[in-house]
Design a protein around this ligand. Sequence first.
Ligand SMILES: [Fe+2]
Length: 377
Amino acid sequence: MGNYFNPVKIKINTLDVIENVLNNLNPELRNIVLLTRGGDFSESPSGSTLTKCLEDFEVKQLDVNISNPDVEDLFHYYQQIMSFDYQCIIGIGGGSVLDLSKSLASLKNMDIDSSTTLRSVIEQKRYIENKSIVPWIGIPTTSGTGSEVTCWATIWDRANGVKLSIDCEKLYANTAIIDPTLTASLPMRLTASTALDALCHATEAYWSRNSNEISRIYSLEAIKRIVNNIEKVLTHSKEIKLRNEIALGSLYAGLAFSNTRTTACHSISYPLTLVLGIDHGVAASLTLAKVMELNLDAIIEKEKLFQAFGVSNCKEIQEFIERIHYIAGFSSKLSDYDANLEKIEAIAENAFTKGRMDNNPVVLTKQDVTEILMSIY
Ligand SMILES: [Fe+2]
């Protein structure tokens, strides 16, 4: 079976291609909201390039100095642009910036007066009917999220201890600009955790119940590029050739899971992040080989998956991931993240995210999840 769909225009190019992109999007376009990764972005070479490219527009810039945005954060940014008649949003940054860009694109003119109203807009998916959704352009500065080619965004609800999603086919980016040089200054830990996130996207997409002939090709290509280059890029971080390989790996992973979504590893990762504060990509990778062991008999052409990893069994995948954790300074054991049996029980209880766990090719029980967690405790 093959039913592949992804409408995002992809430009693997330098950042200044944005001028053409905006012109093609709408020659009449005037008002732009620009979300950046904050920090020193405005003074960086890419910040200067973007400022120059956007000098003929009215730009409202929001610097996002947070990660894992929650409903309160989204409301904070929404308030800052609600009276600005923006016709387009540009997001340049990591997953949090891109997810916020996508979310704000969906909320224009929605008359939201509090974070409580915003929470119910998200829970009831009222943005789907919004006639004022604006196009957005995604420019990732990390290689991992895939948000530039998917139509959903993660918004946390820390007050209630859950993960929410803004999710709608109208929220695919108009264009994704992939410029690997933007990732050259990423620190080692962020390079590792985002690349591991992409590796999980690709692998989970491969065995997802929704996978198809086309998504599986993207998955295998993504896994090969990430596995062959992740160690090298951690020790030679400025080499653009290596950054290019990881950026393509992340893009292909995004194109794969844009059609399949993720499965058990991501589903278990959300409470791992909420309860233990483990970085998203690391949290997903902790259970990848363990889940694979349980999924093995249900994986279509599993030998191709092993081939892409360059291994012959799940144990070797576990060893590979633990080596990456070690090089980047992450622990592969939950006890090092202040876990205890009570927290593991809570994580297992909350590991069944709708739209993620149900894509897993094998049905996992709470007991299965507890055993997986105890095996990495
Ligand atoms: Fe992810």
